[in-house]
Ligand binder design. Structure first.
Ligand SMILES: [Zn+2]
Length: 153
C-alpha cells in the first residue's frame, strides 16, 4: 500500500508560485504484492483513495505525459505512448505499470517527482525511473523516461 501525504503550507496564493512553496510529499509504507490481479485491484483502490490531482495542484489546467521505455539501451517502440491526464478527476498518483508481461512486481511510481514539478508550476519536465521488478532470475531493469507537458490557469 502506498499512502501519499501532502502537506500544504501556503495553499491558495498564486502570487508567490515557485518562491515560497513548502510542500512535502511523503511516500510511506510501500509494500509490493505478488499476484498481478491483486496488484491491479490494489492499484484501483489506491487511485480511489488518493487525493485528487486538482486539489493538490488547483492551477493545473492540462497535463500530458509522453512515455518511452528503454531496454538494454534501446527504445521499446511499442511501449512509447502519450498519456493525457484528465485533470478534473485524476488521482494525485502516477504509478505506471511495467510493460514487460513477464516482469514480476515491477512498475514505475513517479508520483513524487511529477507532483513536485506540478506544484512548482513547471510547464515542461522530464525524468527517468528504472523498474525494480524481477524477470526470471534476474532484474527487469527496463527504464522509463517521461516528459510532462503542463499548462496552468
Ligand atoms: Zn519491469
Amino acid at each position: 500500500m502506498v499512502v501519499v501525504v501532502v502537506v500544504v503550507a501556503d495553499a491558495g496564493s498564486s502570487a508567490n508560485v515557485g518562491t515560497d512553496r513548502r510542500r512535502e510529499v511523503h511516500i510511506v509504507n510501500h509494500r509490493r504484492f505478488g499476484e498481478a490481479a491483486q496488484r491491479a485491484s490494489e492499484r484501483r483502490r489506491r487511485e480511489d483513495e488518493a487525493t485528487r490531482l486538482k486539489d493538490e495542484v488547483p492551477r493545473l489546467e492540462s497535463l500530458r505525459l509522453e512515455i518511452e521505455e528503454h531496454r538494454m539501451g534501446g527504445v521499446v517502440p511499442e511501449a512509447t505512448h502519450i498519456r493525457r491526464i484528465v485533470v478534473e478527476s485524476a488521482p494525485a498518483l502516477f504509478v505506471l505499470p511495467c510493460l514487460d508481461r513477464e516482469c514480476k512486481e515491477g512498475g514505475h511510481d513517479v508520483t513524487h517527482a511529477i507532483l513536485r514539478a506540478l506544484v512548482a508550476g513547471e510547464t515542461r519536465f522530464e525524468g527517468d525511473h528504472v523498474c525494480a521488478g524481477r524477470l526470471g532470475t534476474g532484474d527487469c531493469n527496463r527504464s522509463l523516461r517521461y516528459v510532462g507537458i503542463a499548462t496552468y490557469r
